[in-house]
Write a protein that binds this ligand. Structure first.
Ligand SMILES: C[S@@+](CC[C@H](N)C(=O)[O-])C[C@H]1O[C@@H](n2cnc3c(N)ncnc32)[C@H](O)[C@@H]1O
Length: 463
């Protein structure tokens, strides 16, 4: 059957050749001018994030020659009659394999570089529990030896295993139970404890003492810097940890930090400096305590707990994809399991409507004032009986002043649930700098209103 050429896409995600042969295209063009006919190209109808599309699986040299000769249509065969969903990882892999196999079979030979490129994409797209026997499978499909395929994909397999292993170690140091780690990582508990044993046998701490830097160790083991620090700091006191991290806890009740320490948390709307959590842990918890964060955002509390040798279970209604150490949980449905044994519950809720757009429609920031305050009441109920560290700033709406919420209202709510304020620290935000800062100042002046920087950390003791 014939298809309009401008309706056919060459999809680099699937097509194996990194480079086309100009010589081959020109020779096809010459043949076309001499009246030659070519066999149909192989295409497939797919659907992906961009909608429906028809893509070439085999015949890119031919279709390019047709295009150059200003043909409007080309003869095609479909691989499968039905539309395939390219977002399904198994379908994507099949499309890559068929496209590579067809291109191996004839015409300009695929280079080993092209095959390697495809193999890496295939290995990268597979989840860690589906990597077993991949080398043998690809060797058969692409008629290469298994050692050659191993050579091609071993860097990606090693990286994936290192990512899994560092997640296991991170969760272990955060005090997660082996059975939970095993479920999350898709491997049995014996393997989990083997991996933890292996990592401990690296003697990272000793290497650090012998002069290797955290940077060098992190690169060597494929760990992130926070985890590398956490491994090195194991069994050390708070004081020793602070000395090595070059961190001074605050001795006055004003904890202002102008920047977020990169070791704690990732860029996230409303991210707080991890240094605030370090201070809170230092003054209100001890090593080995379990900390629970019910609205963990970008994982600042987890990372601070790793550095301080505290256990931590973190939850969020909408955890970032890359933070497997944050469990999806809506606290409005009740306390998650971790709460029972919490020595401190860390709370950094959305300050009512601030960042409503960023947190999504399920966040409590999407609620109206009355329901938001009810959600705060539920929060206090969920935390009853525990020590709580609440980060909070006022919310003020100049157009609708009665919609504002001030800190006293939160304190009242918590007091209704038998909490008492036992500490209060000023943790004001720094004013924005550069262009953003100038714009904020200008519009504040013009509109006769103040920008809000004040923020407090309130520590409640449960009775
Ligand atoms: C201010 S952010 C936390 C930022 C975090 N402390 C950090 O440093 O990255 C507030 C978080 O509350 C979460 N959240 C909102 N409603 C929630 C709910 N009902 N249950 C759990 N988390 C919720 C949002 O998804 C958001 O990540």
């Amino acid at each position: 059957m014939k298809l309009k050429i401008d309706k056919i896409e060459i999809n680099e995600d699937i097509y194996p050749r990194k480079q086309l042969s100009q010589k081959r295209i020109e020779s096809y063009q010459e043949s076309l001018r001499a009246g030659a006919k070519f066999p149909p190209i192989l295409v497939q109808k797919i659907i992906d994030e961009d909608g429906e599309n028809t893509i070439v699986l085999d015949g890119v040299h031919r279709i390019t020659a047709y295009k150059n000769e200003k043909y409007k249509e080309i003869e095609v065969d479909y691989w499968k009659d039905k539309i395939l969903d390219k977002r399904d990882p198994e379908v994507l892999e099949q499309l890559r394999i068929v496209s590579t196999q067809k291109n191996l079979g004839h015409g300009v030979p695929l280079t080993e570089g092209d095959i390697e490129f495809q193999c890496i994409k295939i290995a990268d797209a597979r989840s860690i529990d589906k990597l077993k026997d991949l080398e043998g499978y690809l060797a058969k499909k692409f008629v290469l030896t298994q050692p050659r395929i191993s050579q091609m994909i071993s860097p990606i397999l090693n990286k994936k295993r290192a990512t899994r292993d560092s997640l296991i170690m991170r969760l272990r140091l955060l005090g997660w139970k082996q059975e939970i780690i095993s479920g999350l990582c898709g491997i049995n508990q014996e393997r989990v404890s083997q991996i933890i044993k292996n990592i401990n046998s690296y003697k990272t701490n000793k290497k650090f003492e012998e002069g290797k830097t955290i940077d060098e160790l992190a690169t060597f083991y494929h760990f992130d810097q926070t985890l590398t620090w956490a491994i090195v700091l194991q069994d050390r006191s708070d004081k020793e940890r602070f000395e090595l991290l070059d961190f001074e806890p605050k001795v006055y009740d004003v904890w202002n930090y102008s920047e977020c320490d990169k070791l704690m948390g990732q860029e996230y709307p409303g991210q707080i400096p991890g240094q605030i959590v370090l201070n809170a842990l230092y003054y209100h918890t001890k090593q080995g305590d379990l900390i629970v964060d019910l609205m963990a955002g970008g994982g600042t509390t987890n990372d601070a707990c790793l550095l301080m040798g505290r256990k931590c279970y973190s939850y969020d209604i909408n955890p970032p994809e890359n933070r497997k150490d944050i469990i999806q949980h809506d606290y409005l449905n009740g306390p998650p399991d971790g709460v029972k044994k919490a020595g401190l519950i860390f709370l950094d809720p959305p300050y009512y409507k601030k960042k409503e757009a960023e947190y999504g429609s399920e966040s409590i920031s999407a609620l109206n004032r009355e329901d938001y305050l009810k959600a705060m009441d539920k929060l206090a109920e969920v935390c009853e009986g525990h020590r709580v560290a609440l980060v909070m700033g006022k919310y003020y709406d100049y157009e609708n002043p009665r919609d504002g919420i001030f800190l006293a209202e939160y304190v009242n709510i918590f007091e209704k649930h038998d909490f008492r304020q036992i500490d209060r620290i000023s943790i004001n935000q720094p004013p924005p700098e550069g262009g953003q800062g100038r714009r904020a100042v200008n519009s504040a002046k013009e509109e006769h209103r103040m920008e809000i920087l004040a923020r407090d950390l309130i520590i409640f003791g449960g009775i």
